[in-house]
Design a protein around this ligand. Structure first.
Ligand code: SIN
Length: 275
């Protein structure tokens, strides 16, 4: 097995491993460490069935269950797998069509946000010339925290931000009232400082007047997506990819439509309380 950096600010590729077979403990630990170090980890050419995919994700921890609103998009008989897709069958969508075309960090709006999310590419859309479509971009919030100007970093070290699910969804969700997290989050497992703010779910900076809070958030949203922090993943059928939600943010880039079909399976790995 080889683990090779992508050359971008984040991301490593695992080569020479077949996740349909049990892995020696040492390799499992090396893969887990690589995810913690690099924020994004992927392996090409794995066509796993549902059981194998769930077993793969469990190498990284216990899985989160998806809320009841997602029930109709869970894989039948495999409730740990959420289907993301633009495919319509018999007039019904087979998965969640919105793959998240905005910068976000999964579940930052709960006290115990998911550590990692995992996608398995079952069908990848292509342009007529064969170019894959539907890339996903990831940005390193460790690189961003390191690159912050010193005065700004000192200011952020003392501040927290409020995260809430309703930012992009109109119905108030009383089961998820929102939560504040430090703007510079020490990664719970590695202690690396991470810029923890995302356009999808961060509403305001706690204890700042509205105008100042909005201006600072806008500055940080722009900063966090600088090209030098970003790795753009071009999907191939059979890819398995995980990201670390504490040290990265991500967005789907879209750019495809039926008959170009995209079908992803997703699992989510539990995290730890951030306070
Ligand atoms: C996600 O944001 O969870 C999915 C990203 C993608 O499908 O590209």
């Amino acid at each position: 097995m080889e683990i090779r950096p992508t050359g971008a600010a984040l991301g490593m590729e695992v080569i020479g491993v077949d996740f349909r077979k049990p892995l020696p403990l040492q390799e499992r630990e090396a893969i887990r460490q690589a995810l913690l170090q690099s924020g994004v980890l992927f392996v090409r050419g794995q066509l796993l069935d549902e059981r194998q995919f769930v077993d793969f994700a469990r190498l990284f921890g216990e899985l989160e269950s998806y809320g009841s609103t997602m029930n109709k998009f869970l894989k039948a008989g495999h409730p740990d797998i959420l289907v993301l897709s633009n495919i319509i069958e018999d007039g019904n969508p087979v998965g969640v069509a919105d793959a998240g075309e905005y910068w976000h960090t999964d579940r930052s709006y709960v006290p115990k946000p998911a550590w990692s999310s995992c996608l398995h590419a079952i069908e990848v859309p292509h342009a007529d010339d064969g170019t894959p479509l539907g890339d996903t971009e990831f940005s390193s919030m460790i690189a961003a925290a390191k690159a912050l100007p010193l005065a700004l970093r000192a200011r952020l070290d003392k501040l927290s931000a409020w995260h809430e699910y309703v930012f992009r969804f109109t119905d108030k969700n009383n089961s998820m009232p929102g939560v504040s997290h430090p703007l510079i989050l020490p990664h719970p497992m590695t202690k690396a400082p991470c810029l923890y703010v995302n356009k999808g779910f961060t509403h305001r900076i706690v204890d700042l007047p509205d105008a100042e809070s909005t201006a600072l958030m806008e500055e940080l949203f722009e900063f966090a997506k600088r090209p030098e922090f970003v790795y753009r993943h071009k999907w191939q059928k059979g890819d398995l990819l995980l990201w670390d939600n504490y040290s990265t943010q991500h967005r789907a880039t879209g750019g495809y439509a039926l008959p170009q079909r995209r079908l992803m399976w997703r699992t989510t790995i539990q995290g730890v309380p951030l306070q």
